[in-house]
Design a protein around this ligand. Structure first.
Ligand code: FAD
Ligand code: UDP
Length: 384
């Protein structure tokens, strides 16, 4: 197939680069996608039986402080007014997240005000002196050991299957700690769910005559005109698959987490009363339960059926889909070596990006922002 640019992966990174290149440069773009649908991990679809929009790879809530990204996303979709709240089940009791004054007072059976709560946490966090070097120390420094052990340790161990002392402190700074009763999960000025779902959003981005989409094709496959061996050095490529797999794991595998999902239709109009409940304790095998009907309060859904999904986390084997970069110290050293390899192939008009291609924990808005930058800084110059 004739292509001026090949984009590998139809997640929000790949879709953004493809859309910009076709519209701005007028080039013919071929998007190669291994799965049978567009949208990457953000993909959602309407369940045939209930009509409920199901997030195929776990709950996705769009939120951003980046006006450029917000304006760009709104070209292709409207967003509803959904505001994300998460609750935690710890030893059979429900607490609000992220950790806030409500969580603290419920946990300590107290009625503390902000200053008293700050003093209590400072006392419980005092065991950490100096700059926290890993997730465990960082979490204890933020919330003290008792809250860490209740809400973070078991969940993180299930989710990352890695000792929290081996994990990057930055992972936990994603979760705010609030000394008031605000339990909004995100603090960005823009938040919502695309009204027609994520699948439709990405379809609209790629619905133009200069873009061809090839579903069910693996760029790292052994034969065909749209594979690594056929394309690299012959046609410009933007690659958003796993970085180490592009190089056949020549320097060893990077560690990734994969997820398993267990989806059920239940005969009730509301199973848990909210979109996500996290299960904090190590003895519950799943990390969280999603109930998708709550993402679209503006839609009319059946009152006798609901779709729930339990999410399980484990280390990815070489045949599993990678979802999260783990990023232990040895991964970070290996990543630096892979980055030296990417620098060697980039002059052949190859760019690496997205969550998998850059081995970075990117939210959707940051994936789009990085793709807009990749388009301007890398792809546009290829076409003069
Ligand atoms: P992806 O969406 O992973 O897309 C990469 C695509 O490349 C995939 O479709 C894959 O099939 C394809 N591909 C890979 N290898 C090949 C190959 N060899 N050949 C062809 N195709 C290939 N972000 C938020 O902002 N809010 C949230 O609430 C949120 N929740 C999340 C929950 C979960 C469980 C997960 C896993 C992520 C969540 N994210 C969330 C992050 C969000 O999914 C990512 O930011 C976004 O998907 C990044 O897009 P991407 O294009 O980089 O990668
Ligand atoms: N986390 C936790 N308990 C919770 C929620 C989150 O320990 O109930 C920790 C966990 O290590 C997780 C990190 O905080 O990986 C970031 O949480 P977030 O909800 O952003 O995770 P994601 O949605 O990316 O899986």
């Amino acid at each position: 197939m004739q292509a001026d640019l090949v984009v590998v992966g139809s997640g929000l990174f790949g879709a953004t680069v493809a859309q910009r290149a076709a519209e701005e440069l007028g080039v013919h773009v071929v998007v190669v996608e291994r799965r049978e649908h567009l949208g990457g991990n953000a993909y959602s679809y309407r369940d045939a039986e209930t009509g409920i929009e199901v997030h195929r790879y776990g709950s996705h809530i769009f939120h951003t402080s980046d006006e450029r990204v917000w304006a760009y996303a709104n070209r292709f979709t409207d967003f509803n007014d959904y505001r994300h709240h998460v609750y935690a089940n710890h030893r059979g009791e429900i607490y609000p997240l992220p950790i806030n004054l409500g969580t603290i007072n419920q946990f300590f059976r107290a009625a503390l005000g902000p200053q008293a709560a700050r003093a209590l946490i400072a006392e419980q966090a005092a065991e950490i002196t100096g700059e926290p070097a890993n997730l465990e120390d960082k979490a204890i420094s933020l919330i003290g050991r008792p809250l860490y052990e209740a809400f973070i340790r078991g969940y993180t161990a299930k989710q990352w299957q890695t000792d929290p002392t081996e994990l990057d402190a930055a992972i936990i700074t994603r979760l705010p700690v609030r000394l008031n009763y605000n339990n909004r999960y995100f603090s960005d000025p823009h938040e919502g769910i695309p009204v027609d779902g994520y699948g439709t959003w990405v379809e609209r981005m790629l619905d133009q005559p200069r873009i061809d989409v090839r579903l069910g094709e693996d760029f790292l496959g052994t034969d065909g005109p749209l594979t690594r061996d056929a394309c690299i050095g012959r046609v410009p490529v933007v690659y958003t698959g796993a970085l180490d797999r592009f190089f056949n794991q020549r320097l060893g595998a990077l560690t990734w987490r994969t997820l398993d999902f267990d989806t059920h239709i239940l005969p009730t109009g509301d199973h848990q009363g909210t979109a996500v409940i996290n299960y904090s304790d190590a003895d519950v095998p799943y990390t969280r339960v999603h109930e998708f009907r709550h993402y679209h309060p503006e839609r009319t859904y059946p009152d006798d059926a609901t779709v729930i999904m339990r999410e399980y986390s484990r280390m990815a084997g070489s045949d599993d889909d990678p979802y999260y970069p783990v990023g232990t110290p040895s991964d970070r050293a290996r990543l630096a070596q892979y980055q030296r390899l990417t620098a060697e192939v980039e002059p052949q008009q190859v760019a690496f990006g997205g969550r998998l291609g850059s081995y970075r924990y990117l939210d959707m808005d940051r994936a789009i922002a990085a793709a807009l930058d990749c388009f301007e800084q890398r792809v546009r110059p290829w076409f003069g």
